[in-house]
Ligand binder design. Structure first.
Ligand code: KIV
Length: 299
């Protein structure tokens, strides 16, 4: 069935093509933060960035942020894997598509998952092109430093904006030996600086710096000509990013030091489910207002 118009009470869902892949979308003007606009914020008002994986959450976050990352953290947060390594390109595309279709303001960046880009620059191009053409996102993010510089240059030269990610790089958890903060000694700090510089010299428009010593994040922000986005970085960074489920108190496995919880939605869900269970068992729910044919007919 094609061309079905569907409207919700807030009037946000536009006519869509039902029965095909890209069905419902937000209506109205889509005016996203562009890559040049994002880059122009270097040294200015800090860039507000969060992760998003689903349509309803993306729609709620969109008015408040400059950038939404469809992060491969979805593997742990949404799918319950114990690392990001099992995440597939198909999963990133499905979630990226949902987030793009239900936002109209934020720059959308989608992570390239483990194994989709490390083998060679052409493999990375194939993965990035699939993500961009099938989601409509503006840019991709990949992890790594000096060893990924050729790949970043290859993508950028072919029209793919790339965000880098250095410091604690979760896809390298096995090589790093865990999720501990990085840059604790001079050798590690020098390596992270060289990694960030290599990615930026290769053409990355921005770089995420995760879980490094504060002075190192501050120094990178001062030295690099592109926006440095911190997560466990420094208040001096050009922007901040958090995993949204961490900030909302929804991801209980562990809370890293760099997370500030702005809500306790896990507790709210627990309380709502408990109240529902009590009312179903006592037959308090559904009430007359929730069932059909209980109002007396008029006339
Ligand atoms: O996958 C992700 O959510 C990320 C952020 C932590 C930056 O890469």
């Amino acid at each position: 069935m094609a061309g079905l118009a569907i409207e919700t009470s807030d009037g946000m869902v536009a006519a869509g093509v039902v029965g095909e892949e890209r069905a419902l979308s937000v209506s109205g003007d889509v005016r996203r933060v562009s890559v040049p606009q994002f880059m122009a914020r270097k040294g200015g008002v800090p860039l507000v960035c969060l992760t998003a994986y689903t349509a309803p959450v993306a729609r709620l976050l969109d008015p408040h942020v400059d950038m939404l990352l469809v992060g491969d953290s979805l593997g742990m947060v949404v799918y319950g894997y114990d690392s990001t390594l099992p995440v597939t390109l198909a999963q990133m595309i499905a979630h990226g598509d949902a987030v793009v279709r239900h936002t109209k303001k934020a720059l959308i960046v989608v992570d390239l998952p483990f194994g989709s880009y490390q083998a060679s620059p052409p493999a990375a191009f194939e993965a990035a092109a699939a993500v961009m053409s099938r989601t409509g996102c503006t840019a991709v993010k990949l992890e790594g430093g000096v060893e990924m510089a050729d790949t970043v240059a290859y993508l950028v030269q072919r029209g793919i904006p790339v965000m880098g990610h250095v410091g604690l790089t979760p896809q390298a958890v096995n090589a790093l030996g865990g999720y501990r903060a990085r840059g604790k000694d001079d050798a590690e700090s020098v390596k992270i600086s060289m990694d960030a510089r290599a990615i930026v010299d290769a053409g990355a428009f921005s770089v995420v710096v995760e879980a490094v010593r504060e002075p190192l994040a501050r120094e990178l922000t001062a030295d690099l000509p592109v926006p440095v986005i911190g997560i466990g970085g420094s208040p001096a960074c050009d922007g901040q990013i958090l995993v949204t489920d961490d900030l909302l108190g929804l991801f209980g496995a562990f809370t890293p030091r760099f997370v500030k919880r702005y809500a306790e939605l896990g507790e709210a869900i627990d309380a709502a489910a408990a109240a529902y269970a009590t009312e179903v068992r006592s037959r308090a729910f559904p009430g007359p207002e929730h069932v059909f044919g209980t109002k007396p007919r008029s006339g």
